[in-house]
Design a binder for this molecule. Structure first.
Ligand code: NDP
Ligand code: 8X3
Length: 254
């Protein structure tokens, strides 16, 4: 594939919307997530409706050996991605830290930090060799403003921001760009995942708020990757109009 984007977390929410936004710009797609069935559905939908080639990779970014296998296959089968979108990520729980489950802590760290760091490490040498590529990492306003019950999630997103700033320094002599996207409240399955499948509780998060939509973030990512070679957008912070800081949201009464 000539110019393609490798997207982790491509089956839902922001990752899925960005896959479609990039397909509309005629990028080929290499899509990764854990659920094979969802990946195949997305592939079919995008190939049938948007007529761009899609390759699927079943990948759990928590497992380094899977990252190694998938990225090696991708480099061999498709070449070096022009865009790497590190979107796979999640929050688990919303309790004070003393009550946070160890498995939730580890899942957030392993997905949002370890996975993102290692996927980047796996593609970066090929990008450097080609002297081309754009790494786009999903941070969050949560990485800028901590909020109650989310110490670990907020810390993982702060790590994404600092990591991105660090690699931008390390690739300064190359043409590679690094961008951190830091959205506020986006209405996606994110809260359902956070609340372990409790749809009712998840729906309440977005009640009374004209929340950001995945497509809003996708359009902004598509804008960021479509700039002239000399332009590197380092960070983009996007809040809902009813939002002032990470978790300060004005809810409209019914
Ligand atoms: P979704 O839950 O809608 O999508 C998450 C995606 O990540 C899914 O495709 C999921 O697929 C994939 N994923 C989860 N765990 C793994 C894993 N271990 N390995 C590979 N893929 C994985 O959430 P959003 O679209 O809302 O979130 C996307 C990113 O944006 C996250 O990093 C999130 O932290 C960030 N973000 C979200 C905001 C929001 O308010 N929604 C605001 C700011 C940032 P599968 O389960 O099949 O693996
Ligand atoms: C997800 C948005 O506000 O729940 O990063 O932290 S928020």
């Amino acid at each position: 594939m000539s110019s393609f984007a490798f997207i982790t977390g491509a089956t839902s929410g922001i990752g899925l919307a960005t896959a479609k936004a990039l397909a509309a710009k005629r990028y080929g797609l290499a899509l990764a997530a854990r659920n094979r069935e969802k990946l195949e559905q997305v592939k079919k939908e995008i190939e049938d409706e948007m007529h761009v080639p899609v390759t699927c990779y079943v990948l759990d970014v928590r497992h380094p050996e899977e990252i190694q296998d998938v990225t090696e296959r991708c480099l061999k089968e498709l070449g070096t991605p022009r865009i790497l979108l590190n979107d796979a990520g999640l929050a688990r729980g919303l309790e004070p830290y003393g009550e946070t489950k160890e498995e939730d802590i580890l899942q957030m760290i392993d997905t949002n930090i370890k996975g993102l760091f290692l996927v980047t490490r796996a593609f970066l040498p090929a990008m450097l060799e080609k002297n081309e590529g754009h790494i786009v990492n999903l941070g969050s306003t949560a990485g800028l403003y901590a909020y109650a019950g989310a110490a670990v999630y907020c810390a993982t997103k702060a790590a994404v921001k600092t990591f991105s700033d660090g690699i931008r320094i390390d690739v300064i002599d190359s043409d590679i760009k690094v961008t951190t996207i830091q959205p506020g409240i986006v209405e996606t399955p994110f809260s359902e995942v956070r609340f372990h499948g409790d749809k009712e509780r998840a729906a309440k998060v977005y009640e009374g708020v004209d929340a950001l939509q995945a497509e809003d973030i996708a359009n902004i990512i598509a804008f960021a990757v479509d700039q002239p070679k000399r332009v590197q957008i380092s960070d983009i912070v996007i809040m809902a109009n009813q939002q002032a800081t990470g978790f300060m949201v004005s809810k409209k009464k019914k």
